[in-house]
Structures are given as structure tokens and as C-alpha cells.
Design a protein around this ligand. Structure first.
Ligand code: NCD
Ligand code: ZN
Length: 343
């Protein structure tokens, strides 16, 4: 097959940042995807509908001319998020989820949740109004091994939330383990998950091959090959619970190549192309469209996109760096080849 054409996809988890930085990356996402769920972990975080409205306007203003792209906004859940804010979010029509970051779990998550009990009012209202909860599924307890954080989150936190709010719609974001795949597969229909392209293409060896490679460091951290295999199987299964969320998370080259490097991998420059590679490697190109363009919209109860994209089998070289605000970033596959190109 030399070309594939399918319904324009959506990205159900992306970091666009803000200001000058956003202006240099937003076009990558908007070229490929019709819509995207925009992560709220700015500094300060997007905790209110009012802030989400302002951020949404800044995103629209940063788009290249004549680009049609719909940012689907989210709120950052804290212990102070009350039911009133959930009502406002629902009424806005542009807030499509509330993001739960355990405090300290990842980049700019310090004001995340420290005590789940403080969120019960908001969660109750979300269940009532059918507002999805998007979870960063990792515990942060220092006694838990870095590679077990997701598994322990399922046992200690997610099970608690689902028991208390059995009808709450939950997206278990960027899952990375076999345990998460099994959990989501056997859970009721209101529980779904996104899968990134880097977790489909790489296992944890990628962080250490030929020396320490900070550009393959992200959170949740890459896992063993057996987990990658489980993710491939889930993504290509046709199961509507699994859908595309790139978690493209740009950081400056200097912030990544530092004594204490930031977590996050930039994939927006080639996101759908790389997913195509992963599905092709798995012999499942026929499952790509549903994963990338149907399942997420169905879960979020949004209409299907009507236009199409075409990818050609044509190798192109990814630049070593891309502009990122006044600085630069190192994208996934920097200086190497991607086998599919957007037409
Ligand atoms: C994200 C970021 O940089 O904002 N980093 C990452 O490694 N994925 C935060 C996140 O989604 O965890
Ligand atoms: Zn993310």
C-alpha cells in the first residue's frame, strides 16, 4: 500500500504550552488533527472555566491563518475545585474534561491533588453532569518503585474512585502497562484509555541505548517490552475503549539536556505518521482509523470528523531541532527518518 486515506483524526491528549512557545508548535498539531484535548498544566494551572476560556482564545489566535482546529479544553483539578466550577465548565460547552494530576506526579503538577477526599464534591458533580475525569494514573509515594507507579495507582486510587463514582466517565490517560490494559479491558464501558505513540514504538531500553538519552524520558516512564506488546495489542484490537492521545509534551533542548532533565517527548511534528508506522509494524493498518478517528469522539460524545487525511509511504528526515519559542526543542526521531508523510 503506497497511500492511505482516512477520516481526519483527533488527539485526545496534548500539551500546547502558551505564549511564544505555543505559537511555534500549535501548527504541528492543527495540521494533522481536527480537535485535541488540551492539557491544563500551565503555570499557573488552568483551574477555572474563565481561565480555560482565555487559554482557548490564545490557542485560536496562535493558529496559522485559515487553519480549522478545535481546542477541547480541560480544567486542572485541585482540592479547591468545587461543584460550582464543574457546573460552569459543563455549561461553557468548551470544557470537555477535568484533569486529575496527583501532586508532584509530573511536569507542572505541584498544585495537583494531595488528598482525594477534598475532591469528592467536584467528582460527585462530574458524575451527575457527565463530565469526564481524565487521570494521570501514577502514585507519587517515594516508597513505590518508579516503574510500578501506574500499577499501584490502579490498586490504591483508581479502584477507590470507580467504586465511589461507578457512573463517572474516566479516561485513564497515556497507559503504559499490561496491568492498565487489563484493567481497562475488563472495566465497564465508562472507563477508557489513551495510548501514546512513543509507548507503542519504544520500550525502556530507548532511554539507555548508547548512553543516557533524555529525549526518551517522559512520564509515565517507558516500560519493559512486554508492556509495549500489551499496548500494541490493545491499540490494534479494535476495542473502542482505546484511542489516540499523543501526549506530545515539548520542552526546550536545554531543559531536557540538563542535570535534572524535564519529562516529556515532542511528537506533534509527526504524530499520525508515527502511529501509522506502529500500526503497520503490527500488521494492523486496517485498525488505525477507528483508533485515531472514531473511538475518542464516541467516548467524548462528539460528532465524527467529515474530512480526510492522506499519508504517503515516503521517507523524510526529521530535523535535528525545531523552533520552540525563542529556543529550540529536540523532536522524537530527530535527525532520523519517518516512513510515512502527510500529503
Ligand atoms: C508532560 C508535560 O511535560 O507537561 N510530560 C510528560 O512526560 N508526559 C506532563 C504529563 O503528561 O505527564
Ligand atoms: Zn501529558
Amino acid at each position: 500500500m503506497q497511500r492511505i486515506t482516512f477520516t481526519r483524526p483527533d488527539d485526545w491528549h496534548v500539551h500546547l504550552r502558551d505564549g511564544d512557545e505555543m505559537r511555534t508548535v500549535v501548527a504541528d498539531t492543527a495540521r494533522r488533527f481536527a480537535r485535541a484535548i488540551i492539557m491544563p498544566n500551565l503555570t499557573p494551572p488552568v483551574t477555572t472555566t474563565k481561565m480555560a476560556m482565555a487559554y482557548r482564545s490564545r490557542i485560536l489566535a496562535a493558529l496559522p491563518k485559515r487553519t480549522k482546529f478545535e481546542p477541547l479544553m480541560t480544567l486542572f483539578l485541585t482540592g479547591k475545585t468545587g461543584p460550582q466550577e464543574i457546573v460552569k465548565a459543563k455549561q461553557s460547552g468548551f470544557v470537555h474534561g477535568v484533569k486529575y494530576y496527583p501532586a508532584g506526579a509530573t511536569t507542572h503538577s505541584d498544585s495537583g491533588v494531595t488528598d482525594l477526599n477534598k475532591c469528592f464534591g467536584a467528582l460527585e458533580e462530574m458524575q451527575k453532569l457527565d463530565m469526564p475525569l481524565l487521570v494521570h494514573g501514577e502514585v507519587t509515594n517515594p516508597d513505590v518503585d518508579m516503574f510500578d507507579r501506574e500499577k499501584v495507582f490502579i490498586e490504591r486510587v483508581l479502584s477507590q474512585i470507580t467504586q465511589r463514582y461507578p457512573r463517572l466517565r474516566i479516561v485513564f490517560e497515556h497507559i503504559t502497562t499490561r496491568e492498565a490494559v487489563e484493567y481497562v479491558t475488563s472495566a465497564p464501558d465508562n472507563i477508557a484509555a489513551t495510548i501514546t505513540v512513543h509507548h507503542l514504538l519504544l520500550n525502556r531500553n530507548a532511554m539507555f541505548s548508547g548512553g543516557l538519552c533524555p529525549h526518551h524520558y517522559c512520564l509515565p516512564v517507558l516500560k519493559r517490552e512486554l508492556h509495549r506488546q500489551a499496548l500494541i495489542k490493545a491499540a490494534t484490537s479494535g476495542n473502542p475503549k482505546f484511542f489516540l492521545g499523543s501526549d506530545s509534551a515539548p520542552h526546550t533542548k536545554n531543559a531536557k539536556q540538563a542535570g535534572c532533565g524535564c519529562a516529556g517527548i515532542y511528537t506533534a511534528h509527526a504524530a499520525i505518521e508515527l502511529y501509522t508506522e506502529a500500526f503497520e509494524q503490527a500488521g494492523a493498518l486496517d485498525k488505525l482509523e477507528a483508533f485515531a478517528s472514531f473511538h475518542g469522539g464516541n467516548f467524548y460524545r462528539l460528532p465524527r470528523n467529515t474530512d480526510k487525511i492522506t499519508l504517503a509511504r515516503r521517507s523524510w528526515k526529521v530535523p535535528r531541532t525545531l523552533r520552540f519559542g525563542k529556543e529550540s526543542l529536540v523532536p522524537l526521531r530527530a535527525g532520523e527518518v519517518v516512513g510515512w508523510q502527510l500529503v
